[in-house]
Design a binder for this molecule. Sequence first.
Ligand code: HEM
Length: 487
Amino acid sequence: MTNKHKPMHGTAKAAGCSHARLGNFCKLFPDLPSWADDCGGVSQCDAEAMAAALGGPGGLMHDAGNSSGDSGIPAGYTFFSQFVDHDITLDTTSNLHGAPQTNSAINELPNLRSASLDLDCIYGLGPEAMPFMYDQTQPGRMLTGSEVDGIANPLDVPRNEEGRALIGDPRNDENIFVSQLQLLFLRFHNKRMIGANFEEAQLDCRFHYQHIVLYDLLKRVCDPDIYDFAVPKIEFNAGQEAEDRDYPFCNIVDHCHRICMPVEFSVAAYRFGHTMVRSAYPANEEYPVIELFDERFGTLGFGQVPPELTIDWRYLLEVERCHPYAKSKALDHLLADELIRMPDPVVGRNAPANDRSLAFRNLLRGYALALPSGQAVAQALQAKGYPITAISSDQIRDIPGWDCATEGLSCDPAVHTPLFFYLMREAAVLGEGNHLGPVASAILMEVFGTMLVNCDTFLKDSHWAPDPCVAKWGGLTLADIVRYVDA
Ligand code: HEM
C-alpha cells in the first residue's frame, strides 16, 4: 500500500539528469561549418526561398496527393516518438525567422525539458511543485479525466474549465493521439502505484519507458547496422565510470554533468517523426477514419478529447494478434498535407502559409540554428567510426519536379543539403521508407546513448528487468503498456 509518510519528490536523482537542473542546447559537431557557410553564405531571403521551395505548400516535401506509402511501423509509434520528443527537448526561445546563431549563442539557449528520459512530461516538477496534476485524495496518483462545458470524459487527460490540459508538457495535447498516449502513461503510473509509494512507481514507470525507447522504438526506427553497432556499446558503457567510457563518441555533457541538447538532433534528426505522420487515422471501431486535426469534432489541438473519439490502441498498435492496425507513413522526404497546413491552435491565428508548414519550419529553423549540411555530418560520423554510407547528389535530387522547384536557388540543395532534408532523403533511399538511414540513426544513438549511459536508467540497475506481468508477450513493447493498463 502507499506509504503516506514517505516524501514524494518527483525528480530524478542522478546529477545532471534531473528536471531541477535543465541544460541548454548545443552542437554535436561544433567545429563543422553551417550549411549556409558551406554554400558560401546564404542570406535570410535566400534561406526562406530554399525552405519554401523544399518545404512550403506545394514544395517538394508536400505530400499533397497522399502518395507516400506505409512503413512497417505501427502508427502508434509516430505518437510515441512525439511523446518522447516532448520528454527531452523544448525550445521556446530561438527565432524562426532569425539570422544564423553563433555556437556560443546556441549554447546559451535553454532547453526547457530535461534531456534524460525521466518522463518530466508526465510528472512535471513532481507532486510538491505541481500539485494540480496530482490526485490530492490519493497521494502519489496522477489526475485523469476531464469535464468541459458539461461534457465528462473519464478517459481524457485532466483539464481546466477552458479545456486546457493540466499536464507536464502542454504539447502532449497538440493532437488527440498524443494526448491519449499521455493518458496511457498517467494510467500506467496509477496502476504501478498499487503496492508501491510514489517514488517507487515513478522509477518503475521510467525504467519500463526507457526500456521501450531503447529496445522497441529505436530498434524499429533506426538503421539496423547502426543500431547493432551502438546498442552493445551503450549497454557496456552504462556500467563504466565516466572517465572509462568510450561511447557515445561526442561529448554533450557539460562540467556540471548536465546533458545539453544538440540542435542536429532536436532540429533535424529527431524531427523524423514528422514524415511518419498521416493526415488520417482510425480512432476506434465507430470512427475508423478521422483526420489528425478534424474540424467535424473541433479537434484542432489543445482541447478536450470527445468521448466518442477515445482512442482504441488496437487500431494503431499490435495489441491483439490478428487485429488490423494502421501503419505509420513511409519515412521519406514527404510530409502529410495536415502538417503542411497546420491549424490555428498549433501555429497561431495569423501565421502565414509558409509558417503553417512543418517542413518549412524545420528547414528554416535549421538555418537559424546554423545546422551543418547532411554531407558534412555524414563525413563527421564516418570519421568517428560509424559504418555510414552517404547518399549521392543524384540520389538526393531523384524526385519528380526537382529541377523546377530548385531553379534559381542560390545554393544547390543536392550538393549542400540542409540536414533535415538530407536525413529524410536517406530514409527514402537507404531505409526504403521503412526506417531511418545511417546518419539520422547515428545521431539518435549518440544522443539517446548519452542519456542512457549518464543518467539513472534501468541499465545502471543490474537487478531490474521488465515486470513479466507487463511484458506478457516476451520482449517489452509499447503494446504491452496498453494491454497492462486495459487489463
Ligand atoms: C503529430 C503531429 C505533429 C505536429 C503537428 C508537430 C508539430 C510541431 C511543431 C509546430 C514544432 C515546432 C516547429 C518549429 O517551429 O521549429 C515541432 C517541433 C518538434 N517536433 Fe513535432 N509535430 C508532430 C509530430 C512529431 C513527431 C511524431 C515527432 C517525433 C519524432 C516530433 C518531433 C519534434 C521535435 C524533436 C521538435 C523540436 C522540439 C523542440 O526542441 O522544441 N514531432 N513539432
